[in-house]
Design a protein around this ligand. Sequence first.
Ligand SMILES: Nc1nc2c(ncn2[C@@H]2O[C@H](COP(=O)(O)OP(=O)(O)OP(=O)(O)O)[C@@H](O)[C@H]2O)c(=O)[nH]1
Length: 222
Amino acid sequence: MEAGGCRYQFRVALLGDSAVGKTSLLRRYVESAPGTLEREPEPEPEPAPTVGVEFYSRALQLRAGPWVKLQLWDTAGLERFRCITRSFYRNVVGVLLVFDVTNRKSFEHIPDWHQEVMATQGPNKTIFLLVGHKSDLQSTRCVSAQEAEELASSLGMAFMETSAKNNCNVDLAFNTLADTIQQALQQENIKLEEGWGGIRLINKTQIPRLPSRKQHAGPCQC
Ligand SMILES: Nc1nc2c(ncn2[C@@H]2O[C@H](COP(=O)(O)OP(=O)(O)OP(=O)(O)O)[C@@H](O)[C@H]2O)c(=O)[nH]1
């Protein structure tokens, strides 16, 4: 994963209906990066609906060893921002398709979100992961893990349940997507291309050296 003193940046977007928890999931992931101050987190204000696209980043050590920088795009789920968010799809290599396990409509809309990305895809393949979010809300769940697994496999992607509230599988979801992108790159299913922002070579000094990534999924109540 190193080429002439450079390493890779993967650009990843979170897509899904409004209020499924994309911003909360991303914030949890970025704030739990190794090396960030370890103290009880301040209670966060309720996230307001995302306007257009917001950007985050985090360095990550892949399972195979090397470090990559993830550039993370949090997109608005509200329909009125769709023309803005659509313009970003072509320049991502990975997508977390997020639904809320307590909101059936958000699950039913997943094939539409998938189709939106597929319709704008260039020669490079986008790697998807289906995420059933808010897994802490078991009593109001209305989408089973089994039917989500079936949808994921029909769309050719893996499935995982997460909770930002319980910090369940949050790191695992992003790490799994990044590892899958790296494998696709290694197998040349995805290639670096001039003018495409999905994967970029960046200078080593732009990646902070952080303690090794933990391989376990952390405390999980799923
Ligand atoms: N119980 C529970 N609530 C959550 C979780 N994640 C997010 N929420 C709540 O879900 C609501 C919506 O969260 P957001 O992160 O703003 O959702 P979003 O998908 O980014 O919404 P848009 O920006 O409109 O697209 C908020 O009230 C969050 O507190 C979770 O893991 N569990």
